[in-house]
Design a protein around this ligand. Structure first.
Ligand SMILES: [Zn+2]
Length: 476
């Protein structure tokens, strides 16, 4: 698990709107990053929503959803499930390409079926074409507030009752929430029911039970929820009207697959995912309570190994990870974890071998190759510089938005004495980190060093000429 990425435009909103929403969220002081797996300090990003990239979880969610997307006629659409580091329950779509899901929703779902059902419902929104209208709504000032709420409330709920930072988030919610509730109810009621029906049809087509979806939605059915401070954002985006749940229950009762259970292998992977998320995001005592020493299951040992290294005992953590590897020598994610633990402990040279193995076992997954590239840079071994550049570029070709990867690439070029490319990579790093002024400066410097019209010159020139979108400064 690695590389929390700043969420520049989380929902495909028009950039201006998203930025305003993000500003507001940051203003509220929500979204303290829940991640303990920050490879580099990211102080400036602490109050922004963070995307988690994790190969094991992304692969599992893709395996969950592939049959559902095929049943929805979206098999060719290349949809991605994007993980947001947030302990509250949420899942939403705002474009046709990405379904966002909070880590909280994954941690709270006991079975694959529960999360598959929720994501099948989101798929129903995509297939039903509910998004174009939603985007129109997003243009209005009112929905800017909604977007901000959806983004912000998770973090607020997590801090409500404790010492809040940045003012009075609870007060800020109380005002607009009735307005938001009415607005959402008005324009979403029909679409929610249609997404429910679609979801049940996808589950039926794939011979899966609708029970998990019903169970999850029933949990959120609570008219009192809007006068509570602890509101899960999912409830705001998905009003759980009594009639809606009743209609869904009727529909589900008719499913011939109501009592079908998830395949044991899928449940096992689900349990590992939850253990990993708990291990990486919860406090030490919470992890110990949830996975006590008396629990010798693989997920429990996974969570404890992560917790052990995270909270400073790297030696013992690595020993526990080695025991996991001994038990499942073909599991790439144990090697990845070992590499990450060593990398974060400043032992980059030791991290390289397990990361190479993880890369090999995943057929060269770009995220793992990126981490391998980082470890090669950090190990400072001149002989590995070309390999480091190759690995980092491989990852960046697939996802160019990782500011930290660009920074590592800049270091690698620097180690090689390739100053134009080092400057260009530094400019990219600043650019994707949102510091356009610094990016322009660095790109200007790089541009002078490349031959006129060369690929490097063109890339630098693009950054120099980039016009950052206007950011209205007024907050509400
Ligand atoms: Zn919905």
């Amino acid at each position: 698990m690695m590389l929390p990425t700043r969420l520049d435009n989380p929902q495909g909103l028009p950039a201006r709107v998203a930025r305003k929403a993000l500003r507001l969220a940051a203003h509220i002081g929500a979204f303290a990053a829940a991640l303990a797996l920050v490879v580099q300090p990211a102080a400036a990003q602490q109050k922004r929503p963070n995307i988690i990239r994790d190969v094991e979880i992304e692969t599992l969610l893709r395996d969950y959803m592939r049959p559902i997307w095929a049943a929805a006629g979206l098999g060719q659409q290349n949809i991605r499930v994007v993980l947001i580091a947030d302990p509250s329950f949420n899942a939403f779509v705002m474009d046709g390409k990405r379904i966002f899901v909070n880590t909280g929703a994954l941690m709270q779902s006991e079975t694959p079926n529960e999360i598959i059902g929720v994501l099948a419902h989101e798929t129903g929104h995509i297939a039903g074409g509910h998004l174009a209208r939603m985007r129109q709504q997003m243009e209005s000032a009112q929905t800017i507030a909604i977007a901000a709420m959806l983004l912000a409330i998770g973090g607020v709920a997590a801090t409500a009752g404790s010492n809040n930072v940045g003012g009075n988030p609870a007060g800020l919610i109380a005002g607009p929430q009735e307005m938001i509730r009415r607005s959402l109810l008005a324009y979403q009621r029909g679409e929610e029911q249609s997404a429910d029906r679609a979801a049940v049809s996808y589950l039926t087509a794939t011979k899966q039970s609708p029970r998990g979806m019903v169970k999850t939605f029933e949990r959120f059915q609570n008219d009192q929820i809007f006068i509570s401070q602890r509101v899960d954002p999912y409830v705001l985006s998905h009003p759980m009207a009594r009639e809606r749940i009743a209609a869904l229950e009727d529909l589900a009762a008719k499913s011939p697959y109501l009592n079908v259970k998830d395949p044991p292998a899928l449940q096992a992977r689900h349990d590992m995912m939850r253990a990993k998320l708990v291990g990486f995001t919860e406090r030490g005592d919470t992890i110990a309570r949830r996975y006590p020493l008396s629990d010798n299951s693989l997920p429990a040992r996974y969570a404890r190994a992560i917790s052990t290294y995270r909270f400073g005992n790297v030696q013992e953590g690595v020993r526990q990870i080695d025991a996991l590897i001994a038990e499942q020598p073909g599991n790439p994610y144990f090697y990845e974890l070992k590499g990450q633990a060593l990398l974060e402990a400043g032992r980059a040279r030791d991290a390289t071998a397990p990361l190479r193995k993880a890369s090999e076992l995943t057929g060269g997954n770009p995220l793992i190759r990126t981490m391998l590239g980082q470890s090669l840079v950090e190990s400072g071994d001149k002989a590995s510089t070309d390999e480091a550049i190759r690995e980092l570029n491989f990852g960046l070709q697939r996802d160019s938005s990782s500011s930290s990867s660009w920074r590592y690439l800049a270091t690698a070029y620097g180690q090689k004495g390739d100053i134009p490319n080092a400057d260009l990579a530094s400019a990219q790093s600043a650019f994707y980190g949102g510091d356009y002024k610094l990016a322009r400066e660095l790109a200007g410097r790089a541009r002078q060093k490349f031959p006129l019209g060369s690929p490097g010159w063109l890339k630098a020139d693009d950054i120099v000429n980039f016009k950052p979108p206007n950011m209205p400064v007024r907050s509400q």
